[in-house]
Write a protein that binds this ligand. Sequence first.
Ligand SMILES: *[C@@H]1O[C@H](CO)[C@@H](O)[C@H](O)[C@H]1NC(C)=O
Ligand SMILES: *[C@@H]1O[C@H](CO)[C@@H](O)[C@H](O)[C@H]1NC(C)=O
Ligand SMILES: *[C@@H]1O[C@H](CO)[C@@H](O)[C@H](O)[C@H]1NC(C)=O
Ligand SMILES: [Zn+2]
Length: 320
Amino acid sequence: MFAILVLFVVSFADVTLQAEWTYSQQSAWPGVCNAGLGQSPINIMTQEAIVDKHHAHIRGPLIFRGYNDVPLYGSNNGHTVKWSGVADGPAPVLAGGPLRGNYTFLQFHFHWLSEHAIDGMKYPLEVHMVHIKTGLTLDEALARADGLAVIGVFFLMHRGYGSDRALEEIIPMMPYIVNSSQNNTEPRRIDITRLLSNEPQSYYTYHGSLTTPMCQEVVTWIVMDKPIYISPDQYALFTKVDVGGDYNYRSLQPRNNRVVYRSIASCASIMAPTLPGTLISLFSCLSTSLAAGVNKGVGAFLNIKRKIFGTPAKNCVKAK
Ligand SMILES: *[C@@H]1O[C@H](CO)[C@@H](O)[C@H](O)[C@H]1NC(C)=O
Ligand SMILES: *[C@@H]1O[C@H](CO)[C@@H](O)[C@H](O)[C@H]1NC(C)=O
Ligand SMILES: *[C@@H]1O[C@H](CO)[C@@H](O)[C@H](O)[C@H]1NC(C)=O
Ligand SMILES: [Zn+2]
């Protein structure tokens, strides 16, 4: 059955307001951006993430409906490159996991470097798939704590067969949206499942905010712990995109008293061999040199193996 009943009906104005703001002056961001206690992104400490053994919070598997073949057009809003659903087109629907009810896909966009960090480590790129609680208008969604659900997936830089597969369908659209002054692209059919991790049931989840002004605290974050791949050539294209500065990631925000949950599937692999790859240590580069490194291209990255802390997570051991 290919009939997808849910259509894009909400307006595709930006989820964020198009006010003047820059990544280089984040302390000047308005509203709750600097006052809120539930902001994103955060550094996810794997040792502190709670496994929800009694399924009180994560009640079942995530369910992805209709992600395989979705007409999307590309655009550059001056802060990122973004792929959005066409009005009245088929819209994927996300449900399950920590979510109560259905969430309709709106758009995906990218941040380089990644916004979230895992145990203090950042990845070169993170994709955000933004979903709105089905049936709500954008204004309604931005006014309630469960209004949006965003999936974050990290990219590892990898040179080798298949490493360009995840982004293969959208990369040809990049030249048309490198400049923020360029028009939106024509829609093209995209298989969004290519941008999901190979183990989409393996993730962290917590409640947070949009990572751009107005930073509304209305987001159920689902951050997949298994990265996907980007080739160095593809990454070089991202670094050329006009985003009003050298980078487009928000600084890490305090977790405060929020709980980060992890899915049981993410525990199953905690003892698995670590993935070698290109990662950025937050502690070895200051953001300015980091940004400069991004602009100089892939050669500037440090090759660091991901560190899994020595002792296994207590919660995960119990969950087995
Ligand atoms: C979510 O969508 C599915 C499939 O269309 C539907 O069967 C289900 O009733 C919806 N759930 C809610 C809570 O609306
Ligand atoms: C837009 O792209 C052209 C090349 O196609 C480049 O020369 C120009 O500097 C770009 N403008 C901006 C604002 O990035
Ligand atoms: C953008 O679209 C407008 C209206 O269709 C057109 O006049 C203009 O030439 C386009 N600009 C570019 C850079 O393609
Ligand atoms: Zn984002």
